[in-house]
Design a protein around this ligand. Sequence first.
Ligand code: SF4
Length: 396
Amino acid sequence: MEIQDRLETLVEAARFDVCSYSGVREVSRAPARFIFRAALPGGGSICLFKILLTNVCTNDCAYCVNQVGRDVRRTSFLPEELAKVFMQLHSKKMVQGLFLSSGVAGNASRTMESMIKTVEILRYRYKFPGYIHLKILPGASFDYVAEACKLANRVSVNIEAPTTEHLAKISSQKDLYQGILEPMRWVKKLKAANERLVPGGQTTQFVVGAAGETDRDILHTSSALYNELELRRIYFSAFRPVRNSPLEGQRPTPPLREHRLYQTDWLLRVYGFTPGEVELALGKTGNLSLGRDPKLVIAQKQSWLYPVDVNTASYDELLRVPGIGPTSAKRIIETRRDHSIYSVEQLRKMRISVRKAVPYIWFRGMLATEKEKQLSFMHELDDLEEPTPTLAGVLS
Ligand code: SF4
């Protein structure tokens, strides 16, 4: 195959292959379909060249377009070829960074060796200093994980499913403990020994809805991954059935479920909600409500905490008010250093979502109509509360 054809095939494979999905957004469909805009670990964003080294794969992950046995055109790049293609795009200022993943071509460590070789050529021969996100293939050996951490700004091993039982339903070859969690532990240890390694840390991704798992299963494992393995980000990818695969007839996961998981993840990671608080967002089935924002559900289930006095509440108390985020909570605290908050209009000017916040806040002089809204905020909940489970043992 000509380079252009291989490029087309492997960019396309990276687009659908959840092994390489990184939560990045496509910038444009044509002419540069291979460019994706990605959020940088420290803020801001860049254009990434996102590609697989090969779409040859001996694994049988039932949600993946590259699974073994599927009738698709298979191809590969040699490390020198791929590094050269990237540098051509970079010199034309079309891309600023690389996101490199791959199918598992027979052996994870051997495939990782070629991926690492590609990055070594970029770093040492072409002196490319920019952003590289390198996927660690499940089952790769310690030496390759260590090498990846030396070369890349960010690494990731995709977990795909929250428990061994769920993973077994969608892949007969992947081993959650040895193949996925062990490399994550190695990355944590390597980073603890040398802080300068892999500055963007490690991330992972779940395929949501492929294995019949609940949101509770996913959130339990997510909490454990953040706490015990210090993951920087967790991505969620709604399952979409692949033609000519064992899950072809399974219904796709609604994108809204993926969105609710991201919202809940945000509460855990950015807002500092405890796993016990997040548990309140789950219904009887163990899933988040598709119809309501998880932060709103949590507030409704803790009605005794409200209304919050915006003139005296702590930062953490403000953060638990629907419609108030970290930036607006800080704005409130800064503003009241100068003067009290005495009108909804003041809050609106601070970019607070007043419609969401008013039922949960209070200040001296609040209008009667606004107080009435507070009385009606406890809607009939459609789910019964369930006991708060413990996270202990999720990864033990
Ligand atoms: S390892 Fe699984 S998810 Fe990754 S490319 Fe192969 S079949 Fe797809």
